[in-house]
Design a protein around this ligand. Structure first.
Ligand code: NI
Length: 169
């Protein structure tokens, strides 16, 4: 496993649409291992492959409490097959937009279909933080960031802040 660099805004790759994965093999599992290690080190609760510069439809996530046992989840070619009409607000953040947090409104409940680490098809419902996180990460696969759901003013401010912090580092 290896730590990878996490891209931050305004890196143009973050706006790119990721390609579907053809087959879940050892090469893809190695990528998912690197993504998970990078996410834990950041630390974060979700990461899309494009955030480390690999535009493939792959996501890793771990919503377990920091002190408890790790419960990694892997999503290959995830799809939302149903979303509730009811929406819920949640204050989101993103490793590609460090230190910026703002409220985004999304469907409160979704039904997902994806391939797991073994390449098996899984279908399940997500709600609460799980629903927020998977929708946020799936946006990344289409080149959409959570700040794209905010006003243009807030978005431009966020990008400027991240750029400035990076230059100062
Ligand atoms: Ni993100």
């Amino acid at each position: 496993m290896a730590l990878r660099e996490i891209l931050t805004v305004p890196d143009p790759l973050l706006k790119q649409k990721s390609a579907a994965v053809e087959v879940v093999d050892d090469g893809l599992r190695a990528l998912m291992d690197d993504m998970l290690e990078t996410m834990y080190a950041a630390p974060g609760i979700g990461l899309a492959a494009v955030q480390i510069g690999v535009p493939k439809r792959v996501i890793v996530m771990d919503l377990s409490p920091r002190e408890g046992e790790q419960e990694p989840k892997y999503f290959v070619n995830p799809e939302i097959v149903w979303a509730s009409e009811e929406t819920a607000p949640y204050e989101e953040g993103c490793l590609s937009v460090p230190d910026i947090y703002d409220e985004v409104e999304r469907p409160a409940k979704v039904r997902l279909r994806y391939l797991n680490y073994q390449g098996e098809t899984i279908e399940e419902e997500a709600e609460g933080v799980y629903a927020v996180c998977i929708q946020h990460e799936m946006d990344h696969l289409d080149g959409v960031l959570f700040i794209d759901h905010l006003s243009r003013l807030k978005r431009e401010r966020a990008v400027a802040k991240v750029k400035k912090a990076k230059q100062a580092a």
